[in-house]
Design a protein around this ligand. Structure first.
Ligand code: HEM
Ligand SMILES: [Cu+2]
Length: 634
């Protein structure tokens, strides 16, 4: 449903419609550089991978429902467990956060017409899709990796994993890393340079602070993973010895490199959820977040401190006492910025007038689950406790509370919250609440008993267990819980799919939101805003005067920028007007470049070096064309 516009503005809006019009049909999607369309493609692709990761999880739980299960054999189990972890982390939770939510909402929240680098943005999506397909070609061709999501050597070396499963894992993650890095760079430049004039850094929504922190964490963490994976492939494909102790290599090098990436990765996963929570809470409790500057700082600090704690994953490796004590202390410090946010969310809710609509319910659920997951996390900072329980189901319980509970719950709450904005339709409220309660019950039934069976000594990654160790009852409850959780998730999908076609029409701002995306129509037009919005606080929708000024500006032809594919650039801190950017429009090059790079990865995997070199040349040619004149629209 459209926003009411002054009559005098119609010719200008018509011109904007013409300038920003997307190509029709499939070609429109294959060549789009519109952040909203790219966000939607990221959304559906990452949800497809969520489904794949969910099927793998249900296979695992079906196998462990009973002692001596026969659903999966040892190798099949290792494949399902490994791909479950890899898929959920690299192909679902990170891409849906930065690729879907970040892409779709950040430009809207800062009052911009697109991301800073629209073609790079499209490229990041096509590479993500290609990397996901690459990894699942491995799965469906019987070459799934089996060494777990953190893939420790020497198990992952050629000696113990001779097939190409690990190569699909390693090359696939290097490939996917290109996409995440491109998205991260785009988010950083967009947030610093494309904010509407007047949105100085202290007026930027907390959602954007969270995504800024994520983007920086990605840029600094991914190189460690890429380096670890490259060294592994040098060992596997070219016979080097980086991790081969017998030839002077070092297996612990892998663990250090992997967790230098891996721990910041958990904050890369959870920070978008913090951002979603700080968007939903003010809207449904009708008040601004308490301690805004502290919460913004805490979001950045979580990402920063997260780079100094990685060896708490290695307390059982035999590091020196000084080292382990440092990492134990550093891991405890991280509780402070997390705690600041937790108390800010809770205080804002209890001092506001909460309306427990579906989006807020998911956020309240998130807070409860985050507390449970956070408390077990603190326990692991105690070295003796960790040395007793590392690699048991207590660990599996901990990270599912912090990943599923504290990352996926806000994502589902966010899907409900922004569904009206993206589709122009309302979801079914009572069905939404039911889907929350079923998922909340399923989540706790699945993962809480894992704490207990872990304390009873059940190791993780076991494909079966004997019936006389007292673990059976807990596993039965866990597996039933997993099916209930799956049912809750299917209720979410059913609600949104049915509402997409039958939901009540939604206006521009059905919930009375605080941030700018609610100032434009639902769904937003290709150019986002007919007039670049005026901003005087982090809650622009609650500054009625500024919204009136927008209408006056539009009628007067000020801040409309309808001479071309234009959006304003502003200074990084104070967001003073800087220049007008002429943005690229739809282009085939992002997709073509992703295809060329896929050829390199495919032929490296097949050790066809000449063919790989040909695709390197093709990639360079496409890059040159990318920087040339765009081909005329057909
Ligand atoms: C849909 C509900 C889910 C269920 C029922 C589930 C169940 C499980 C189980 C039983 C394991 C342990 C496997 C073992 O150690 O043998 C596991 C491992 C894991 N899960 Fe989940 N999970 C779910 C969702 C998720 C989500 C949403 C994420 C992340 C976004 C995730 C990430 C992981 C990771 C990283 C591992 C470790 C795999 C490894 O040891 O290499 N899971 N999951
Ligand atoms: Cu960690």
């Amino acid at each position: 449903m459209a926003v009411a516009l002054p009559k005098a503005a119609e010719p200008r809006v018509d011109r904007l419609e013409r300038i920003w019009k997307e190509r029709p049909g499939v070609m429109g999607w294959l060549t789009t550089v519109d952040h909203k369309r790219i966000g939607i493609m990221f959304l559906f692709t990452s949800l497809a991978f969520f489904a794949a990761g969910g099927v793998e999880a249900l296979l695992i739980r079906s196998q462990l429902l009973q002692p001596n299960g026969t659903v999966l054999g040892p190798n099949g189990f290792n494949e399902a467990m490994t791909m479950h972890g890899v898929t959920m982390i690299f192909l679902f939770v990170v891409p849906i956060s930065i690729g879907a939510f970040g892409n779709y909402l950040v430009p809207l929240m800062i009052g911009a017409r697109d991301m800073a680098f629209p073609r790079l943005n499209a490229f990041s999506f096509w590479v993500f899709l290609a990397a996901g397909i690459f990894m699942y070609v491995g799965v469906f061709s019987g070459n799934a990796p089996t060494a777990g999501w953190f893939d420790y050597v020497p198990l992952a070396e050629k000696t113990y994993s001779p097939g190409s499963g690990i190569d699909f894992y390693a090359l696939g993650l290097i490939f996917a890393g290109i996409s995440s890095t491109a998205t991260a760079v785009n988010l950083i430049v967009t947030i610093f340079k494309l904010r509407a004039p007047g949105m100085s850094i202290n007026r930027m929504p907390l959602f954007c602070f969270a995504f800024l922190a994520v983007a920086f964490a990605l840029v600094f963490a991914l190189p460690a993973l890429t380096c670890a994976l490259l060294l592994l492939e040098f060992d596997r494909l070219l016979g080097f010895h980086f991790y081969d102790v017998s030839a002077g290599g070092d297996t612990i090098l892998w663990q250090n490199l992997f967790w230098i990436f891996g721990h910041p990765e958990v904050y890369i996963i959870i920070l978008p959820a913090f951002g979603i929570a700080t968007s939903i809470i003010p809207t449904f409790v009708r008040r601004r977040m308490v301690a805004f500057p502290l919460v913004a700082l805490a979001e950045l600090l979580v990402a920063f401190i997260g780079f100094g704690v990685w060896a708490h994953h290695m307390f059982a490796v035999g590091l020196s006492q000084v080292t382990t004590i440092y990492f134990a202390a550093a891991s405890l410090i991280i509780v402070i910025p997390s705690g600041i946010q937790l108390f800010a969310w809770i205080t804002t809710i209890v001092t506001g007038t909460p309306r427990f609509k579906t989006p807020l319910l998911w956020i309240v659920g998130f807070i409860v689950l985050f507390i449970i997951g956070g408390l077990s996390g603190v326990m692991f900072a105690a070295i003796p406790f960790d040395q007793q329980l590392t690699d048991t189901y207590f660990v599996v319980a901990h990270f599912h509370y912090v990943i599923f509970g504290a990352a996926v719950f806000p994502i589902l709450g966010g899907l409900y919250y922004w569904f009206p904005k993206v589709t122009g339709r309302m979801y079914h409220e009572r069905w939404g609440q039911a889907s929350f309660w079923v998922s909340f019950a399923g989540m706790n039934l699945t993962f809480f008993p894992m704490h207990i069976v872990g304390l009873l000594g059940m190791p993780r990654r076991q494909y079966t267990y004997p019936g006389d160790l007292g673990w059976t009852g807990y596993n039965v409850v866990e597996s039933i819980g997993a099916y209930l959780l799956a049912a809750g998730l299917l209720m979410v999908v059913a609600n949104l799919v049915v509402s997409l076609f039958r939901g009540e029409r939604a206006g521009p701002d059905p919930f009375g939101g605080a941030t700018l995306e609610w100032a434009t129509s639902s769904p937003p037009p290709a150019y986002n805003y007919a007039v670049i919005p005026k901003v005087s606080s982090p809650y622009p929708m609650w500054d009625a005067g500024d919204r009136d000024e927008d209408v006056a500006n539009l009628a007067g032809g000020r801040m409309v920028l309808e001479q071309g594919h234009e959006t304003p650039a502003s200074t990084a801190v104070d967001a003073e007007w800087d220049e007008i950017l002429d943005m690229p429009s739809s282009s085939p090059w992002p997709l073509v470049l992703a295809v060329a790079i896929s050829g390199i990865f495919a032929f490296v995997l097949l050790e066809q070096w000449i063919a790989a070199a040909v695709f390197v040349v093709a990639t360079l040619v496409v890059l040159a064309a990318w920087h040339g004149k765009e081909p005329a629209e057909a």
